[in-house]
Design a protein around this ligand. Structure first.
Ligand code: ARG
Length: 472
């Protein structure tokens, strides 16, 4: 029992919708912890759509009179119009979106409003509302991810032959093309969209009509409401229907992976803008200056995308913890599913928009990228491959010979192709002048024609193929 006198004080009169047995209202702090209207008001359109489908079904099955159902549907449309016009007063005392809408409906149409909740509970209602919301959010995020793919492909195409260092361990490894690098993110986003599509397919079963948990004795038609709301079928088990939130978990898991992908790209943008790289330039539209250092152009948007992945991963963790060990069926714990779900969706939506904006804004510096390939003996693998191909020596031995050539160039302070033939032959007598051809970055890149490889012709074909696969 609370010892805080403030929390013992009723905040309001008993709830008009379920207050039959309750003499007084909630303590102020109870109202604060219990009410969800502060965030679930976002579900108003879904809540009203679900109620309209339910009312029509009740009339079709003769459970409520057709005239009452008609008044309910018209009244719900009026409530929707009020909310959309910003004329609706949301009341914390009415706890959540369901009761706010129903209370206003009662004001508008009178006692007929009380028939809407026949054969239904807030438990199937909230499961329905959130499912409908997540389904819409999936469609919106898919559209944005597709737009980012389009921006990446548009930039990759003209840079199919723009050489840059490819990295492993953030050490220059082998030359690749900038277009090839961008298309790597197009693939990641394609899988992200695939995960969202999978989640959407699985979530598309209607919980409506599961009622509180056990179903109902009224002769409802769950197939009818499911079809009216665009679901593939009604959920098969009423207990599962009111307690399942794995659809939200799958959504958050897909968003978490997507956000992690964006954070990797964001980090590359930060690197590429930095003095060590200067591979790209972002305009004033996506950078900020420093209040003290006039030379600065900071890639804040990319840094924030990098940071925001944490929130999305946090949202997934948060909902996993809400559901862990929760006994069937509904528990009020589940009200805490909404804020993480909304926050993750908002965050990913913002991050996708910022990334698409930056991709369209960035100016690649092809000369700086090429200059970077001159460092780091980036064609060493090509030298080793030449020894294998031309002299027939085993790759392991070729690796050693190449290592000694790299050491020589390092000691001399020059690039591999700047070693003289005599110097190269000192490491292996079979080396001929022909080897110089494979030591240039353009030859290196052009030679990587294996499927999925970085040769410019491949990259152009990959970009065209990506357009067909993802943007059609
Ligand atoms: N606001 C609640 C939620 O978000 C709605 C369902 C309430 N159900 C109940 N039996 N109290 O989960």
């Amino acid at each position: 029992m609370s010892t805080d006198p403030a929390s013992a004080k009723p905040a309001a009169a008993a709830n008009p919708l379920w207050g039959g047995r309750f003499a007084q209202g909630h303590a102020a702090v109870m109202e604060r912890i219990n009410a969800s209207i502060g965030f679930d008001r976002r579900l108003y359109a879904q809540d009203i759509a679900g109620s309209k489908a339910h009312a029509r079904m009740l009339a079709a099955k003769g459970i409520v009179a057709a005239a009452d159902a008609e008044r309910i549907v018209e009244g719900l449309d009026a409530v929707l119009a009020e909310i959309e016009a910003g004329r609706f007063e949301f009341k914390v005392a009415l706890e959540d979106i369901h009761m706010n809408v129903e209370a206003r409906l009662t004001e508008l149409i009178g006692p007929a409003a009380g028939r809407l909740h026949t054969a239904r509970s807030r438990n199937d209602q909230i499961a329905l509302d959130l499912k409908l919301w997540v389904r819409d959010a999936i469609d919106g995020i898919d559209e944005q991810a597709k737009d980012l793919q389009a921006a990446l492909i548009d930039l990759a195409e003209p840079h199919a032959a723009t050489v840059m260092p490819g990295y492993t361990h953030l050490q220059a490894a082998q030359p690749v093309t900038f277009g090839h690098h961008l298309l790597a993110y197009v693939e990641m986003l394609g899988r992200d969209r695939g995960r969202l599509a999978d989640a959407r397919r699985r979530l598309n079963e209607s919980p409506l009509g599961a009622a509180a948990l056990a179903g109902t004795s009224f002769p409802i038609d769950r197939h009818m409401t499911a079809a009216a709301l665009g679901f593939d079928r009604p959920a098969a088990n009423s207990l599962d229907a009111v307690s399942d939130r794995d659809f939200a978990l799958e959504f958050l898991a897909a968003l978490a992976i997507l956000a992690v992908h964006l954070s990797r790209f964001a980090e590359e943008i930060v690197l590429w803008c930095s003095d060590g790289f200067r591979f790209i330039r972002l305009s004033d539209a996506y950078t900020t200056g420093s209040s003290i250092m006039p030379q600065k152009r900071n890639p804040d948007a990319a840094e924030l995308v990098r940071a925001k992945a944490g929130r999305v991963v946090g949202a997934l963790n948060s909902l996993l913890m809400v559901l862990k060990g929760l006994p069937l069926t509904y528990g009020k714990d589940m009200q805490d599913d909404k804020e993480p779900t909304f926050e993750a969706a908002d965050t990913v939506s913002l991050a996708l928009a910022a990334m698409a904006g930056m991709v369209r804004d960035m100016t690649p510096d092809a000369a700086a990228m090429r200059a970077a390939t001159a460092r780091g003996f980036i064609t060493a693998t090509d030298l080793a491959d030449w020894l294998v191909r031309t002299l027939g020596i085993p790759f392991r031995e070729a690796h050693h010979v190449t290592g000694r050539c790299v050491k020589r160039a390092e000691d001399k302070g020059c690039a591999l192709h700047e070693l003289t033939l005599a110097e190269l032959q000192a490491e292996h007598p079979g080396i001929t002048r022909a080897i110089y051809e494979v030591l240039t970055v353009d030859r290196s890149v052009a030679s990587r024609t294996s499927f999925g490889g970085t040769a410019p012709g491949n990259v152009r074909a990959q970009a065209a193929e990506a357009r067909r696969r993802f943007l059609a």
